[in-house]
Design a protein. Structure first.
Length: 157
């Protein structure tokens, strides 16, 4: 797996955050390319984290933060628990399916707009939500890097 460097982009916050978030999304999804079902389910760390769980978790996180908390919609938020019938193909497809929906929400809002769902204290802005999703996706892409290297030695973003 070739290492890809993060894009160095200029522009406003929306463009920079969106570009870096997409890079991290693709990096995480790429970690599941070519991994068999058994290896994708393997939890090789005490926390129980697996590649399959990471893809399911990030689909859930994006949907929860942007569709539910920010936009106030009531979609069926995917569960991140890995079930016996879950597959790599389905998990990655579900994760990728969230992206255009959440990107559409972001495109139609101002970065200073606040989450609609009730929150403790002042609801966060879209800018904060995007920064949070960027760091959360990058964090989990790093976990996926380590798991994939343990599985078959593949490295790179």
């Amino acid at each position: 797996m070739a290492d890809r460097k993060p894009p160095r982009v200029d522009g406003d916050d929306r463009h920079v955050l969106g570009t870096l978030l997409q890079f991290q999304r693709e990096s995480l999804a790429a970690k599941l390319d070519g991994v068999d079902e058994w290896d994708a389910r393997r939890a090789m760390v005490p926390s129980g984290t697996s590649l399959l769980w990471l893809a399911r978790h990030m689909a859930r996180a994006e949907s929860l933060w942007l569709e539910v908390r920010f936009a106030g919609a009531e979609p069926s938020v995917p569960d991140d628990a890995v079930g016996p019938d879950d597959t790599v193909t389905a998990a990655v497809a579900a994760y990728r399916a969230v992206w255009p929906r959440t990107d559409g929400i972001v495109a139609g809002a101002a970065l200073d707009d606040r989450c609609r769902a009730p929150d403790a204290g002042e609801p966060p802005t879209l800018r904060w939500v995007l920064a949070h999703l960027l760091q959360e996706t990058a964090r989990h892409a790093g976990h996926a890097d380590i798991l994939r290297e343990q599985i078959d030695g593949a490295t790179g973003r």
